[in-house]
Design a protein around this ligand. Structure first.
Ligand code: ACO
Length: 428
């Protein structure tokens, strides 16, 4: 039986039946609710898309109240335990876990696309030594659209696949070059003998040794962090990817826009902001005073709170365990005690409890990255690399979705009504 919502318009006394499908009504169905004449019909007002679904998706499921995250149905805990980033990226993009042959082929193809055009290196050399690596990353990914003009063939499935391979394979190279640039060290070419994260560590940290050998525990920890960051359904940056892609822009331009959305401190820039916050707090003794200031409206407890999770972010739980494994190799990050004390107090405090504010993915990830030797400004870049898989999967899904058109929200105009132009000399 068709489920409907009955709406009675008190202005006209008319009743409308609006179909409900998959727990949603179509906003365009409300247009028929009109008072007649030139009334364009009812629309919804939803700043920040608090309760508006902009797409149907088969990629990622989140239950924010229960703290559940699944990629293509697989619980994040199982993927973090048993999968690798490249296998998870395949799952996210193609909907199924690869068999052994598919995984070998996928890994080989990614490995063969890790090098970037030498002119990209030259382009990156133009940045000043203290350029923020995320700014360098965003610009370089955008510039890649000029190197791969075939990326414009977005309705050619084969071409889309090629751009997907290129972007997943080359974003670590671009990120590593951005880092090496900031330290004044020569860029390191990819090493195809190493794993995806092992090679990334090589491109970041290789010095004069003939062959870089990544520490297996750190290589695995980075892989787990990449799995946890690979997708998160319709985030601010993913909506940017879909929004830009909906105008049929090439994937490099769309992904540069998505990365720019990720850069902000309320989204992927939060991991960097957490570390600045922990440094500013300085010691465990200062935590109560800091919490008091946050409650008084002076700033936010960075790494806490989430639009969707109203319970513990499942990724934060896994990251906390990963941190212990990393610290066994690197030594404990001294800021960890401040983070633990912040979490302890916040989870008992009425302000945070009543607003359902819990640690999110960014609360502990920065502690790990710092212990591994990454400078703070690399943190958002470390988020963007794995999220590339999610952005591309969402972009590909959007292009194949017949419900989608160019994204173009409506507005409620509240400005001046029609008035005549006043000559400059007559204005007061
Ligand atoms: N510290 C203190 N108070 C907070 C925090 C926080 N981190 N987050 C939310 N609040 C408070 C707000 O002040 C508000 O209180 P009020 O009702 O008294 O006005 C209430 O909780 C609801 O907050 P909103 O801003 O309305 O929640 P929203 O869903 O819009 O924001 C967000 C979510 C942006 C993540 C927010 O919690 C925040 O700013 N957190 C800190 C930044 C952060 O860690 N971002 C990373 C998110 S995860 C990611 O993007 C990967």
């Amino acid at each position: 039986m068709l489920e409907t919502l009955s709406i009675t318009d008190n202005r006209t006394g008319k009743t409308y039946e609006v179909p409900i499908s998959e727990g949603a009504i179509r906003a365009t169905d409300l247009k028929k609710i009109t008072t007649g004449g030139d009334d364009p019909g009812l629309c919804t007002y939803d700043p920040a898309f608090m309760n508006t679904a902009a797409c149907k998706s088969k990629i990622t499921f989140i239950d924010g109240d229960q703290g559940i995250l699944r990629y293509r149905g697989y619980p994040i805990e199982q993927l973090a335990e048993s999968s690798t980033y490249l296998e998870t990226a395949y799952l996210i993009l193609y909907g199924e876990l690869p068999n052994q042959h598919q995984l070998a082929e996928w890994t080989n193809k990614i490995t063969m696309h890790t090098m970037v055009h030498e002119n990209i290196k030259k382009f990156m050399e133009g940045f000043t030594y203290d350029a923020h690596p995320m700014g360098v990353f965003i610009s370089t990914v955008g510039a890649m659209s000029t190197f791969y003009p075939d990326g414009k063939q977005i309705f050619n499935a084969e071409s889309r696949q090629k751009q997907i391979l290129r972007l997943i394979a080359k974003t670590p190279t671009v990120a590593a070059y951005a880092y090496r640039h900031s330290t004044g060290r020569p860029y390191i070419y990819p090493d195809n003998d190493l794993s995806f994260t092992g090679n990334f560590l090589n491109m970041l940290f290789k010095m004069t040794e003939v062959k870089y050998q990544p520490n297996p525990a750190l290589e695995r920890a980075l892989d787990v962090l990449f799995i946890l960051h690979a997708d998160h359904e319709q985030t601010c940056s993913t909506s940017a990817m879909r929004g830009i892609g909906s105008s049929q822009a090439d994937p490099y331009s769309s992904l540069a826009g998505a990365a720019a959305a990720l850069y902000g401190p309320l989204h992927g820039g939060a991991n960097e902001a957490v570390l600045h916050m922990l440094k500013d707090i300085g010691s465990v003794n200062n935590v109560p005073a800091f919490i008091k200031r946050v409650k008084g409206g002076e700033g936010r407890l960075m790494g806490f709170g989430h639009r969707v999770y109203k319970s513990y972010d499942p990724r934060a739980r896994i990251i906390k365990q990963t941190a212990d494994l990393v610290f066994e190799v690197t030594g404990r990050n001294p800021l960890t005690d401040i983070a633990l004390e912040l979490e302890r107090i916040a989870l008992e405090d009425e302000y945070f409890v009543s607003r359902k504010l819990y640690p999110n993915v960014d609360f502990y990830s920065g502690l790990i990255y710092q212990a591994m030797g990454f400078p703070l400004d690399m943190f958002p870049v470390l988020f963007a690399i794995p999220r590339t898989a999610g952005w591309l999967a969402q972009w590909d899904e959007m292009l194949r979705d017949s419900d989608q058109k160019i994204a173009r929200p409506r507005q409620i105009y509240i400005g001046a009504s029609r008035r005549d132009y006043v000559p400059r000399e007559s204005r007061g």
